[in-house]
Design a protein around this ligand. Structure first.
Ligand code: ATP
Ligand code: MG
Length: 366
């Protein structure tokens, strides 16, 4: 039987600084993989962040959110820059990003930290420790202490100022992030480590209980638990022991930054934010890098690898995802490097040129 050609609509949100440069490269790579593998991609580019502020006066125009919600996946570049730093809160580019995440209902943030063999020297770790690190942090993004009520400032009876926050997790919030984590572990090496502070915090006790309950649905995934203080230590001592880590919002905030520094190359790190049903949001973890914007110096590989995540976690197109990841590895094997990952003996190239090399590698996999 003739198969109907697959078609996906992708929203592109280039944003600010180096965002447009890296998104342009990633878009070209995605188009090429699509035409190679019989997948059609339709692209719609919309303003967000500072670019949207300059254009229409708000960091997330209604139209942008609408288009994004109706698409199959969203690729974001970066948001922010010096130009808008003095703006009021509701007119800050970064507010647009928070509104976008909230509007899409993306509660799961996936951040891989992989030390590629070609870039072991970029790592802050000793070579023996860094080699072979390949882990994924799954962070709960829309609950926990960053959002819990009550919160605020108050005074004690003696008139002493106090600030307070509350960590709240409902079972449905834990269950849905746990499900994403088990599914993610299943697509990787089948090992899941749940990180909590269940010896002290009630929200963590419930977290651990619910994660343990869900384990019966995933007999093929090996589940372990670790206290967050120990996890912070183990990430430095022996990061190779981890495959997939799942944790709450605040612990995930800290641990995912810690994990990303194991690799030492911010220009290589991708991320995905997933919701219950709607489209996922895919973006490099780096910012808008205003210091190098518009100079063709940015490393687009974090965004290219975000497109691989878009294919794997957003569209279930595993083969196309692998094609892109292999092309990135081959490009590095050939010695091409942007400034952020350059070392002596390698070929220093710009954003566009390394993008073209990735495309050649995609072509050669046919
Ligand atoms: P933001 O507030 O937008 O997150 P930031 O200054 O906190 O910005 P980045 O924008 O990520 O953080 O930049 C940190 C440093 O890393 C800068 O010197 C920047 O030039 C560099 N950098 C970030 N991303 C890349 C990239 N893709 N390629 C090369 N260098 C990068
Ligand atoms: Mg930053």
């Amino acid at each position: 039987a003739a198969s109907t050609p697959k078609r996906y609509n992708i929203t592109l949100l280039p944003g600010d600084g180096i965002g447009p440069e890296v998104v342009s490269v990633a878009k070209n790579v995605l188009s090429l993989v699509g035409s190679q593998q019989g997948i059609e991609f339709g692209f719609q580019e919309m303003p967000v962040g500072g670019a949207a502020l300059d254009l229409v006066g708000v960091p997330l125009p209604e139209e942008t959110l609408l288009v994004a919600k109706q698409s199959d996946a969203i690729l974001l570049g970066a948001i922010g820059g010096y130009k808008w730093d003095k703006n009021e809160k509701h007119l800050k580019p970064e507010t647009g990003l928070l509104q976008l995440r909230a509007g899409l209902g993306v509660f799961a943030n996936l951040r891989p930290a992989t030390v590629l063999p070609q870039l072991v020297d970029s790592s802050t770790l000793k070579k023996e420790v860094a080699e072979g690190v390949d882990l994924m942090v799954v962070r709960e993004l829309t609950g926990g202490i960053y959002f819990g009520q009550p919160r605020g400032f108050s005074k004690t009876e003696k008139g002493e100022e106090i600030g307070f926050n509350t960590e709240v997790y409902a079972t449905y919030e834990i269950d849905r992030i746990a499900r994403v984590a088990f599914e993610t572990a299943r697509k990787r090496r089948g090992k899941l480590c749940s990180v909590d502070k269940a010896n002290v915090l009630e929200a963590s006790m419930l977290w651990r209980k619910r994660v343990m309950l869900m384990a019966s649905d995933y007999p093929d995934v090996e589940l372990t638990h670790m206290y967050v203080d120990n996890a912070a230590m183990q990430l430095i001592r022996d990061p190779k022991q981890f495959d997939t880590i799942v944790t709450n919002n605040i612990f995930g905030d800290i641990l995912s930054d810690e994990a990303s520094m194991l690799t030492g190359s911010i220009g290589m790190l991708a991320s995905a934010s997933l919701g219950e049903s709607g489209p996922g949001l895919f973006e490099p973890i780096h910012g808008s890098a205003p210091d190098i914007a518009g100079q063709d110096k940015a490393n687009p590989l974090a965004t290219v690898l975000s497109v691989a995540m878009l294919l794997r976690y957003g569209l279930e197109e595993e083969y196309a995802a692998r094609t892109i990841e292999n092309a990135v590895l081959e490009t590095l094997n050939k010695g091409f490097r942007t400034g952020d990952i350059f070392s002596s003996g390698k070929k220093l190239v710009g954003c566009k040129e390394i993008g073209e090399e990735v495309m050649k590698s995609v072509d050669s996999q046919q």
